[in-house]
Design a protein around this ligand. Structure first.
Ligand code: SF4
Length: 445
């Protein structure tokens, strides 16, 4: 029997009707570029964040030759390129196809799969969820109906440590100690226990259940939480759907035990002498030179693989213990966050000015000024240029919101929680030393 399952709590009170989505899902992709204020933006899905060193180099060359020279890491472990010319979409798609990063044009936006980045590397966790991710990705790409999912629908594959389950995925698979798996459908929705080898197929069936519910609900839902109450997930209906496909699923009680933390920056000693390196990209962005250093480190010192994390970090597996400290030092020298006590650890920003026309401030510059020279992080912190707060973290975090009067600083206690947080100054604060102090105080409050 699986222990209590770390499925996140329901985001809305039972029976509450979610706000209706306006218009179609305009989530950007690698083929459907978004016209941002600084040029076209491409979002390249990277299931489980898994890249080979060669694929990473292809992305670096694309950023250098087609984009603005930066690579943004998203809150789902995907990669964004910005500043592309409007006619560069075809050239980008050709490069991605040749590198195996675009296995199905029809499915390119629905391959949103987050997986525990340290699975199999540190002795924690119960299964190699990267194998699940590869199988799930192949199943999605072979499934015409799956192409109807929105670009925001998230599959979360958790190896049992609770890190990915904390992201509140639409469909969650959690590895159990006993070689079995738990399937969660919706946040706070039903959970079923099933055989681990059935898990990827069961996840696709849960996505089918969502599509059926969405169709019956008028077709406007992008995520499970958008469904109206009469179409919310039910354990018996999900179990029947799985049974019809030959998968036995036993209902599990809902539970909300402590959720796991994301990988901390630094060395990750492994069970067989190999080490992994865990680093974070400052404010979620790397330069081409930094990215190429990651690819080179993976190719020459690691096992040739990079894992982009949903917390805007990168894990490099398979380094020899003797070589790992020097390689970590080289990444720190190149500007990566390699120290858990760095104020940059857990800090993020939305696109802000000049990339987003909605932004009320240059949040990247203001965030960098507030973090420079400081030690000790505390809670994750996220700067947003407007109230949409694109890409903000889950769990408890410090919200630094640009307004016309200055930045409002507030601690947000729960995912999708009340809109008025607390823990910061009562009045907006202008960028500068006072803002830096207010943010530092809120992170450690
Ligand atoms: S939060 Fe607002 S300013 Fe920032 S990227 Fe989103 S829409 Fe633009």
């Amino acid at each position: 029997m699986l222990a209590a399952m770390p499925f996140a709590p329901a985001p809305t009170p039972s029976g509450a009707r979610p706000a209706a989505r306006q218009g179609g899902d305009a989530c950007p992709g690698a083929l459907r570029l978004h016209a941002a204020a600084d040029g076209a933006l491409a979002r390249i899905r990277v299931p489980a964040g898994l890249l080979t060193a060669r694929q990473a180099r292809v992305l670096a060359r694309a950023a250098a030759e087609l984009g603005d020279g930066g690579l943004d890491l998203t809150s789902r472990g995907n990669i964004q390129l910005r500043g592309l010319a409007p006619d560069h979409g075809g050239a980008l798609a050709d490069r991605l196809r040749s590198a195996g990063l675009l296995p199905s044009d029809r499915h390119e936006r629905v391959r949103n799969i987050a997986a525990s980045p340290l699975a199999g590397l540190d002795g924690a966790g119960h299964a190699d969820v990267q194998a699940w991710a590869r199988e799930l990705d192949a199943l999605l790409c072979a499934d015409p109906d799956a192409a109807r999912l929105s670009g925001r629908f998230l599959f979360g594959l958790d190896d049992g440590r609770g890190d990915v389950a904390a992201l509140a995925p639409d469909v969650t698979l959690i590895a159990g100690q006993d070689g079995r798996a738990a399937l969660g459908y919706g946040v706070g929705g039903p959970a079923l226990q099933l055989a681990a080898e059935d898990a990827p197929r069961a996840a696709v069936l849960a996505a089918h259940a969502f599509l059926s519910a969405r169709d019956a609900d008028g077709g406007g839902a992008w995520r499970v939480a958008d469904l109206s109450p009469e179409h919310r997930p039910r354990a018996d209906a999900l179990a029947a759907r799985l049974a019809a496909a030959g998968i036995s699923g036993t209902p599990l009680p809902r539970a909300t035990p402590p959720l796991g933390a994301p990988p901390a920056p630094g060395l990750v000693p492994g069970p067989h002498g190999a080490h992994a390196l865990s680093v974070a990209a400052p404010l979620g962005r790397t330069t081409v030179a930094q990215w190429e250093l990651l690819a080179e480190t993976a190719a020459h010192d690691g096992d040739g693989e990079l894992r982009v994390t949903p917390w805007r970090g990168i894990v490099l597996p398979g380094l020899r213990a003797a070589a790992a400290p020097a390689r970590l030092a080289a990444l720190a020298e190149a500007g990566f966050v390699t120290d858990e006590d760095s104020a940059w650890h857990g800090a993020g920003v939305c696109a802000g000015r000049p990339g987003c026309a909605k932004s009320l401030a240059d949040v990247r510059t203001d965030a960098a000024a507030a973090l420079a020279g400081r030690r000790g992080g505390g809670l994750p912190v996220y700067w947003s240029g407007c109230e949409r707060r694109c890409g903000h973290p889950g769990g408890a975090w410090v919200d630094v919101l640009a307004t016309r009067e200055g930045y409002r600083v507030a601690v947000r206690p729960v995912p999708h929680g009340p809109s008025d947080g607390s823990g910061g100054p009562a009045e907006p604060v202008a960028a500068g030393r006072r803002l830096a102090e207010a943010v530092a105080a809120a992170r450690t409050a």
